[in-house]
Design a protein around this ligand. Sequence first.
Ligand code: NAP
Ligand code: ZN
Ligand code: ZN
Length: 351
Amino acid sequence: MPTTVHARSTAGPGEPFEATTIERRDLGPKDVLIDIAYAGICHSDIHTGRGEWGETLFPLTPGHEIAGTVAEVGSEVTKHAVGDRVGVGCMVDSCRECSECTAGREQNCQKGNVGTYNAIGKDGRPTEGGYSEKIVVDEGFVLRIPEGVDLDVAAPLLCAGITLYSPLSFWKAGPGKQVAIVGMGGLGHMGVKIAHAMGAEVTVLSQSLKKQEDGLRLGADHYVATGDEGALESLRGTFDLIITTISADVDIKPYIAALKPEGVLCTVGLPSKPFQVPAGALIMGRKSLAGSNIGSIAETQEMLDFCAEHHIGAEVEVISGDQIDEAWERVVNSDVRYRFVIDTKTLAPSA
Ligand code: NAP
Ligand code: ZN
Ligand code: ZN
């Protein structure tokens, strides 16, 4: 019998979250049933729920920053045992056959990985995410959360953490490197912590100085308000690597100008409109404009272990199921310090 669990879902763009129940499939031999403790709210949940990235499958139960404990395992599961502290990120499956999957880069699966929500699973049913009490996931897409990282602050590592760790590691953020993190939100604050732990000199480029004190406390060496007249222009030629987490449509050119020759501007933020980039902005100084999509399963485990070793978790505000609409609004208004995390014990309808 499938397991029926409490969840929160939205019926369409702009529709409020409602308490509901969803069904989790019977455990297959390789499946793990997870009691979800916390689910982070990522801006991608909001882009998807508001239809900003095209068609969405409604009703939608979002959530791809999942932390909990293993409740039950299928007969052939070897990687996880009942009681283990585990996490699930943005993917729950992939084709496992293409050149990317066989190289261990499931996030770039050439047939498209299966998203934790708003995708069709191999059973032909829409996938449903972490704003729910339990989830069933193939063991190959379940991560181990190391001791020393509490589950609430671990949840956001499963998307925000890996999305910053992967490009920082790929472009070798480390001692002697000038790294800028644009946007001090859910992804951005993880970028500050991780780039600092990797040994880079870190600058936050935020719209204002409102979060400066936090940025410096979390590991930034410098904090610049891009809204201040001339502030970005004064940084021309400064950075080896800039990672932008901006979720909104902005002019990217001043950020390219802030790169050193041969510098890389990597976007992980996914605004709905295309960037406008004159070829000359890249040609002069052989600069690169790049993007990066989460990270592989192996790299996500590496990131979790790195975070445990460096005592890194997310800065979270724990909320109840009834506060999701308000939290989404606050994320859109850049009013989050720095990740909302839903306590899944509160998902049953309130009396
Ligand atoms: P978030 O918490 O809302 O952070 C985004 C930050 O962008 C805000 O805190 C704000 O920083 C800045 N920002 C917002 N509007 C801006 C504007 N008009 N001009 C300049 N800066 C602005 O969102 P998030 O959860 O970190 O996600 C950020 C983006 O990454 C979203 O587009 C999300 O979909 C995407 N994402 C991508 C991946 C991937 O694999 N590539 C994974 C997860 C999420 P300040 O207040 O400091 O200025
Ligand atoms: Zn996400
Ligand atoms: Zn594949």
